[in-house]
Design a protein around this ligand. Sequence first.
Ligand SMILES: [Zn+2]
Ligand SMILES: [Zn+2]
Ligand SMILES: [Zn+2]
Ligand SMILES: [Zn+2]
Length: 241
Amino acid sequence: MPTFKSVGTCFFCNAEFTKAGISKHLNSHLTKENKNQNTGLSLHIRICDDPRYGDLYFLNLWVDGAALMSDIDYFLRAIWLECCGHMSKFSDPKQPRSRGMLSAGEFESEIEEIMDSKAGDILEPGMKLMYEYDFGDTTTLQLIVIDEFSAKAPEPILLLSRNEPIALVCEICNSAPAAVICTSCYEPSYFCKKCGAKHAKTCEDFADYAALPVVNSPRMGECGYEGGAIDKKRDGVFMKK
Ligand SMILES: [Zn+2]
Ligand SMILES: [Zn+2]
Ligand SMILES: [Zn+2]
Ligand SMILES: [Zn+2]
């Protein structure tokens, strides 16, 4: 497995930073921008994929305090997750440990209660929440609150940075960018367009249902996920420089 680089561009100055460096950089812009403001409340949050797998994907968001947690849910679905309308939930920051078995009704009302809350009422700096989309083939994300400001955000949710497409290469020719995944096969499972067309001749599943596009999301290759609905220019196959 090659080691991949994860980098993103700054919304304010367009400079490129590593996954590890960009939050601090963005936060210094936000701190300057919101200095001596007293117009409301907003938050700088970072969303990452589950660190147990990959740890390459990230989003940095500027979220208005009046935005609902369901707005964040909607944004995550639109950029990274939505395949067929699965359920999703944020973990409750006030209930860090499981309280034992909840009935189905209790479980759903707990999810709804958090979704209907304002981000500014739930989130505070330093807090970490888990988020899950689809309780079958689950995509697990982590939400980290980096900072808060006493100023309104310009939009309910503003995308400040995301990782650029990861440099996944075809596992057959080892040179062209991977464009399609076979969810039925394991190594090779990433193919460029050309090698994918060949694979379709030998793998019935691939020709039938198991082909999914390479996209810039931690949900790549899961269920029927084919890419996001917003920020599409950074959602595709990586470009060789
Ligand atoms: Zn910058
Ligand atoms: Zn699905
Ligand atoms: Zn190839
Ligand atoms: Zn296959």
